[in-house]
Ligand binder design. Structure first.
Ligand code: ZN
Length: 202
């Protein structure tokens, strides 16, 4: 499986990183080796001094598809979830500065936290509320109604470039409030009141 991530999908997050608002979705990939195994802590990578959390709504693809039209995109997923796109912000800043790819900053081992998945019928995907708590303090408070590109538009867009396969996961971008983690932090993700993941940083 592969992980397809969307960057810069919430205006307030674009502003907090002083990025330009994109004309089309920013897309990057993580390999399956980036997935943090269930129940494992997140180990701080030795190559970064500024690892940041980004809580994101996840979409799990349920069948093969390419060139998917927006109006048919909802046929390609049954489950949604919540996760973290861990980012080595210092490495990413260097990559951006030099116009280099982001993989070392975004696709390293453990950088993809994938929490519980839930049936999409249980939720209103256009107004989905989700939060990240760091040590029980609310640090990110998102609502999918603030997305620049909606889930079905993202599926359609990425499927123009990459064939989607069953089991692929799309990270749909982070709202404002990203920040640094340090050893012994505990991160808890909540999707419409349900605890989707809880991980410790080591
Ligand atoms: Zn992200």
């Amino acid at each position: 499986m592969k992980i397809i991530c969307i960057g810069r999908n919430y205006v307030k997050h674009i502003e907090e990183l002083a990025n330009e608002k994109p004309q089309s979705p920013v897309v990057f990939l993580k390999p399956d080796s980036a997935i943090l195994p269930r129940k494992n802590p997140f180990f701080m990578p030795p190559f970064s001094k500024d690892v940041q959390y980004e809580v994101e709504v996840l979409i799990k693809i349920n069948k093969v598809g390419k060139h998917i039209a927006v109006k048919f995109a909802d046929k390609y997923y049954d489950e949604i979830g919540l996760g973290i796109d861990f980012t080595a912000r210092d490495i990413q800043a260097k990559c951006k500065e030099k116009g280099l790819p982001w993989e070392k900053a975004k696709a390293f081992d453990g950088s993809a936290v994938i929490g519980e998945f839930y049936p999409k019928e249980d939720f209103d995907l256009d107004h989905l509320k989700f939060q990240l708590y760091k040590n029980d303090e609310l640090v990110q408070d998102g609502n999918t109604n603030a997305m620049l590109w909606k889930v079905d538009e993202l599926i359609s867009y990425v499927s123009q470039y990459f064939t989607l396969k069953k089991g692929d996961v799309i990270f749909t971008g982070t709202p404002a409030g990203v920040g640094k983690v340090v050893e012994n932090d505990v991160l808890k993700g909540v999707l419409e009141g349900k605890e989707a993941f809880k991980i410790r940083v080591k």
